[in-house]
Design a protein around this ligand. Sequence first.
Ligand code: NI
Length: 403
Amino acid sequence: MTDRIAERVRAVLPRVVEQRRDFHRHPELAYEEVRTSGKVIEWLGALGLEVRSGIGKTGVIARLRGDRPGKTIALRADMDALPVQEATTHGSARHGFASLVAGKMHACGHDVHTAMLLGVATVLSELRDQIAGEVRFLFQPAEEGLGGAVPMIEAGAVDGVDLALGQHMGPTHPTGTIALSRGPAMAATDFFTLKILGRGGHGAYPHLSVDAIPIAAQVVTALQTIVSRSVDPLEAAVVTIGTIQGGFRNNVIAPEVEMTGTVRTFDRTLRESLPARVERIVRGVADAHGARYELDYALNYPAVVNDPTAAQLLERAAAEVLGADRVQVIPPSMAGEDFAYYAERVPACFYWLGCRPLGAQDFANLHSPSFAPSWRARRWISSRARAEAGRVARRGSGLIVAP
Ligand code: NI
């Protein structure tokens, strides 16, 4: 089986690379993935899979049913790009696949996720006679902030699913490795917008105004005490103020300051307690100075919690394919992922697929205009892992192909 998979992977790889470059040239933002999903539908249709499209506008679900009954496994890829102006060298004559759309870029590697899952669908379709149960391919829109997983789930994406797997490019991990967490993997990512409403006036007469700026400054400082003083030190939490804006010029008292921030947690009870804690601080400080406030606090993605059994299964399978030394168990990350919605419903595991050039000290992270996932370890993999793959094949072990 391992040999048959490896042989088919080698055969489909050039098409996957070509398709990924095509996606990279034509990035589309959340819920606008019309061209991308068109390519996905075309590809899956040619494989003879049962395809449903137009889910949450652009989502696609394809089902591959084996000859025999068995479990259902869902593999998920996200398709959306980011509003980032590309600054890679992909535009060079040698590569020539930089984004053709100004201000949009696949800076989070979703082009890779989508192309790879098409490759997996191809390989598994060719091995249909070996499959018991069902493999479901989820191509979801709008991972970047707009929760494209939700309409997918509403459309039945994980109905009857026994295990869901998702992957993400991991530029902090070397190419040829994967990294995953057992249990909590990525944080719940909530957001707020806060306005401090004072009363404007002349900079020379502060006593006739309510200056929103010093009040906002106190609010920012006081919000820092949530994590440092009121959250259990053994619990993880982040409160970040990301933007702050207010005022007109040097001699005008600012009537209003607006700030936005993010709050991140793993524990559900802690998460649910934080909007009230934030508001209590804001209200107290605003009251003390005779100002008003408006707080808009939105619960966004829940935390991604990997099912321990699913994580173990993935760890074991990855160790067989890559070698145990290329599978890293890591602490959870405070970044977020809407894969969380699938993981809330069915046993699931989300992992990082290393894409950092071998030996590179300096590299561009996700969402960077220079983000460039590397598969330069190809030679390194083929020389060292070939022997290993042979060893695995000889052992005749079962194998799960990671998307
Ligand atoms: Ni991403």
